[in-house]
Write a protein that binds this ligand. Sequence first.
Ligand SMILES: [Ca+2]
Length: 199
Amino acid sequence: MRAGAGLVLAAGLLLPGCAGYWEHRGLDLMDSWRFRVLGVGFHASVRATHFLQAGLGMGIPGLMEGNGIGMVGRQVGLRLNPTFIAEAGLAPLAHVRTADGTVRGIVLGRTSFYEHAMPEPSWTFAPSPIAYRRVYDRGLFEVGGSLYWILGLDFGFDPLEFADFILGFATLDIMSDDPSRLPEDHPQSRDHHEQDRGP
Ligand SMILES: [Ca+2]
């Protein structure tokens, strides 16, 4: 175990000259965390992955037209939140969360996970990881919680993103969010991940 960690660390130390290497390790570490404050509502939830979560209530995660403050992975600052959220249920029995009037995450419900309703919604338990990542402000395997009692607080830790951070030292990019393989002037070299995250 210790030897394996040493190899990973050694591989990382051999690569400081790669363009953006350490920057991407820092961004990968940030991706593991979500922390947001401000908001109004009456809402509480806890979650240990998409498949085991409970929540009830509704709220406005940000003040002033949805503007909140905090970080969702590498996105830091204002305007990180949906303007309105509602959540109810106990997964895996049944659980649904909507944001801005659109279903964003669901367990055992008759709808699509996608931001725009599919022509023929179907019962679903396993969401599309890609869709989850593109249109949702939570991670598929995120552990976290929210509490809105007039003022709101939301936090989360994503072990899959953290694994991406650790494996990144061995140049493995399981989340495909390191633009380091692209030329510096490539349009996706800086904006790649922000586009993936969506609102
Ligand atoms: Ca990565």
